[in-house]
Design a protein around this ligand. Sequence first.
Ligand SMILES: O=P(O)(O)OC[C@H]1O[C@H](O)[C@H](O)[C@@H](O)[C@@H]1O
Length: 338
Amino acid sequence: MPVNKTARTVQISLPSGESAEIYYYGATVTSWIAGGKERLFVSGKAALDGSKPIRGGIPICWPIFGPPPKEADASLQYHAKLSQHGFARNHNWTLDHVVMDRPTGVSVKFTLDPTPEIISIFPHPFHLSYVVTLTKHELSTDLHVVNPSPTKSLTGAVSAAITSALPASVVGSESKVPQSAADDAAHHELKFQALFHTYLAVSDASRVKIKGLKQGLTYLDKVGPQGWTERTWQGGDLVIDKQVDRVYYGLGKHEDVVLEDGEDKLTVHRVELTDVTTWNPTAEAGAGIADMEPNGWVRLLLAVNLGAFSYLTLLPPSYRTPGQEWIGQQVLKIAGGA
Ligand SMILES: O=P(O)(O)OC[C@H]1O[C@H](O)[C@H](O)[C@@H](O)[C@@H]1O
């Protein structure tokens, strides 16, 4: 069976041996086997029971990446109250349908809509869908974001806007929806960051070279006594010889990031995801992370995460631009692929 459902996961596979596993919880991809080996890192101490975000695989950060914003910007008032990396990674998604099921490729689509719990922390209409596609040499993850149309009067009608975006089963939660005109304005446009927090498995993170970061790129360095600091990248390969927690801004469309560790090569291609984050706290700085297995930082990745770091994504409600959706895509490709 190329698509196999269990209580907690959906597993997809090809007759040629490649496979992937996706948890309903967070729609987190927890396994991608290609070229005869596991390509994603999941900590041996990761919680897989829905009690906390999965430490590994490909958690989806949405609608924020990192800690909540501190700006006194009314349009970010709800973002400011979210927990780190937002709520997409710690809510159950629904398997919408099998998009493709062929010997050469299998693709499944998940969705996430507001639930009463989400509305209580983020009272804004949205519709997310997530398509995971497995082919012989690639794993593609596409996040689609829609800002649904309000169907009733738009003026002063935030509750109508939100409830119209909700499944009938949760409309009863209207009392949690803000009622003021200020809230209404803040709700028309959907601001979000989106990031695939990809944990790639490697045999030794300190031996990996990260290529494709051009000299002159601006990057945000989150490590160091000065706190978050913007710097200019001097070029060359990025190596994990110390704690790394960075966001490289504004890579070009065709500037793929390539990871090489001597025996292996993996290419990360992005669509609509302009920034690349790299993170590996190493054993020393990562010691406080309870769900990381001992020495996990060596075997783990060097998360090359992809995202839109600043709030550049301002999606108008679809009543203004019918059918508009934002699609961010990551394509992981192993060497040997066509
Ligand atoms: O522990 P988490 O909430 O999953 O976050 C893990 C890491 O995510 C990103 O890579 C951030 O840049 C890091 O600062 C953070 O430590």
